[in-house]
Design a protein around this ligand. Sequence first.
Ligand code: ATP
Ligand code: MG
Length: 267
Amino acid sequence: MTRQNAGAAGVAADEGVPTNEVVAGNGGVVAGGDALTVASVSAGFGPLTILHDISFSVHPGEVVVILGANGAGKTTLLRVIAGLVPVRQGEIHLRGVPIHGRPAHLVTRLGIGHVPSGRELFPKMSVADHLFIASRLCAPARREAVRKRVFGMFPILEARAQQLAGTMSGGQQQMVAIARALMTDPKVLLLDEPSTGLAPIAVKAVFETLPRLREQGVSTILAEQSLTLGLSYADRAFVMDHGQIVLSGTTRDLENDRRVVDTYLGR
Ligand SMILES: Nc1ncnc2c1ncn2[C@@H]1O[C@H](COP(=O)(O)OP(=O)(O)OP(=O)(O)O)[C@@H](O)[C@H]1O
Ligand SMILES: [Mg+2]
């Protein structure tokens, strides 16, 4: 896709929704407030209810990990927050602004960045075009500063800007996926199993971006099956099982809680 095409295919009107920039007018944080609040959320597909009465909140700059075995509902939860799966019951607020029931592109504009499971890049599209298209969802006045910040975090992507995403290594592709989400200037980043399929050194490089996001005041919700990885990089953890949050606490609490492995992840 050319840049002209990408621009023409850009974002439609704001539909009366405040942009991230407007919401972030006080520096990005509602005084004393949570970055994200998920309250009694249920969701599912057709006749199936997958998520049951999920409630939690995330503080500004916090890294929270959602742990859970295959099929626990981690991806569905992140997709619900991103506006890709509808909420059936409950509410989701981003810095006090309701985001449930809004289409995904408006949820992005309001400050949720989503790095999907499996990365979902376009193999024949360049790094630059991935990032350029995403930047269309960033408030225009912030685009240049955000672009500089993203390339500051991932200098290799500036050097490889013209490379086709499909020709990059797995670790580099994960960086493109994260950078694409960051180009929208999120206040909350949803990271769905970024370690999948990566060599240990690439996993380390990807996870070392988390403290840098924290410094910038971006909150991260990480879905992860690996207990060791999840607990090493997060401040707090939730364990999901059959679409419910069954345990929560600081990562230190959960490190010492045998139920995490024995009951929920050790199957
Ligand atoms: N589009 C869909 N239609 C029907 N059921 C779905 C759909 N997407 C997910 N599910 C079901 O929802 C449940 C939770 O799946 P989900 O992908 O959220 O789990 P997960 O915790 O992310 O698992 P994994 O660790 O394997 O990625 C599973 O039973 C799955 O089969
Ligand atoms: Mg998943």
